[in-house]
Design a protein around this ligand. Structure first.
Ligand code: SAM
Length: 410
């Protein structure tokens, strides 16, 4: 019997992401590291190898690090996610970062003294660049990027790209409080004249401060966080615990990770930046709907009103199912899987993703231990969407999140 328990301890009312581990860069739908910390304490997990197959900006590693885990592995196919995760969990000398910052600032100001210098820089390859950036902003971003690229040490260079990516977003014509790419209103655009270099240096300063206070002291020599730009690559019975928050649905109709990251990814040199949402889970439509298991009846309900949406939903659960099969065989006997998910609403049908996950693990030699239901108040994602796809008609998509805990049979 599938058991869901409302557990208020996991609500973390009044707490934000920053309460425990401030992130170094914004990312959509981040998982609260507090959830992982609490669950590790409850399950008495203090060591072992951790896996996050959809690691995003790396919140699960923050939970692992806080609880003493030293070997962690993550996968994601959004290059921006990998950049953030690597920057957060790679040990670099703070003194070297500070010295490099000084050098970079001097170089930038020297360069700016001669207006002709800008002509020596290669223009960046950004789709519709003038639609998203003013000429002035493009020039200043290109100058900063030029000097970041000259940093020899790969880890330090990556660190400097974090505030750069944040600056790209802040100085573009995008509406900054939205995850999707929307341009500001014309009247706002005319007044918009950001001090790019000033913003970058301030963000760099803040990133250094967060890193040296929250990350550096915990990144001992024996800690390894291995993050790969890839879909999950299985490894037989290798991991002791999986902690992850998979997407809630396909990227186009739920959280558009690719769109959120597009301008940053393009400035970072990713030439397929605009294709990322189609590459994420649920991106490729199947020929037919899922016909078995807990999710089949729900998809069949959606199919009655919208057959295309039913196929989108099937695509997502097909991918999630395939991934769980791979993850399950990669966990050691007695190992735990912890999935933090939301049950999205499509065409007024609430999809039981939590039960789907438990069911899939149970079919792969796991036992479902328990699912905790927590009030969703902290996640940085829209709480409403338009599941009917009619403009203005919105419903609350997810007010709850589910922490699905399973154990591999011994
Ligand atoms: C809910 S977010 C994870 C957020 C993360 N827990 C954090 O706190 O930053 C889901 C992630 O799954 C990634 N993703 C989607 N499809 C994927 C796939 N097929 N393989 C690997 N990662 C994928 C997205 O790029 C996104 O970063």
């Amino acid at each position: 019997m599938y058991q869901v328990v409302r557990n208020e301890k996991y609500d973390f009312i009044g707490q934000s992401y920053a309460t425990v581990y401030p992130n170094l860069h914004k990312y959509p739908a981040t998982m609260l590291p507090q959830i992982g910390i609490e669950i590790f304490n409850e399950l008495d997990i203090k060591s072992g190898k951790l896996l996050d197959p959809y690691c995003g900006s790396g919140s699960s590693f923050a939970s692992g690090l806080e609880c003493g885990l030293t070997e962690m592995h993550g996968f994601d196919i959004n290059p921006l996610a990998i950049l953030i995760s690597k920057a957060r969990f790679t040990k670099v000398s703070v003194n070297e970062i500070v010295a490099t910052k000084k050098e970079l600032r001097n170089n930038v100001y020297e360069f700016l003294k001669n207006e002709k210098n800008i002509e020596t820089l290669k223009p960046p390859k950004i789709t519709n660049i003038d639609y998203w950036f003013s000429t002035q902003v493009i020039a200043n971003l290109a100058i900063i990027k030029n000097f970041i690229e000259q940093i020899q040490d790969e880890n330090i260079r990556r660190f400097f790209l974090i505030p750069f990516s944040e600056t790209v977003r802040e100085c573009s014509y995008t509406r900054n409080n939205e995850f999707k790419l929307f341009r500001m209103k014309t009247e706002d655009l005319l007044r918009f004249n950001p001090d790019v270099i000033g913003i970058y240096l301030k963000k760099l300063e803040d990133t250094i401060s967060l890193y040296s206070n929250y990350y550096y002291p915990k990144l001992d020599k024996n800690v390894t966080v291995n993050v790969q730009y890839s879909t999950f690559q299985p490894k037989d019975e290798y991991f002791d615990v999986v902690l992850t928050s998979p997407p809630y649905g396909d990227s186009r109709t739920t959280v558009a990770y690719g769109q959120f990251s597009t301008l940053s990814n393009e400035w970072l040199g990713v030439d397929y930046a605009r294709k990322i949402d189609g590459m994420l889970m649920g991106g490729v439509k199947p020929k037919q709907n899922i016909k078995s298991g807990i999710i089949a009846d729900y998809i069949s309900e959606i199919n009655k009103v919208d057959s295309k949406r039913a196929l989108d939903v099937s695509a997502f659960y097909n991918d999630l199912s395939f991934s769980i099969n791979q993850v399950a065989k990669s966990v050691c006997k007695g190992g735990k899987s912890i999935y933090v998910v939301g049950n999205r609403n499509v065409k007024n049908v609430q999809l039981p993703t939590d039960q789907f996950i438990a069911e899939k693990f149970e079919r792969n030699e796991f036992k479902h231990l328990i699912t905790y239901k927590r009030a969703l108040s902290n996640k940085s994602m829209p709480s409403k969407n338009s599941p009917t796809n009619k403009a203005g008609k919105t419903v609350n998509t997810m007010l709850w999140e589910y922490v699905v805990i399973c154990e591999k049979k011994r």
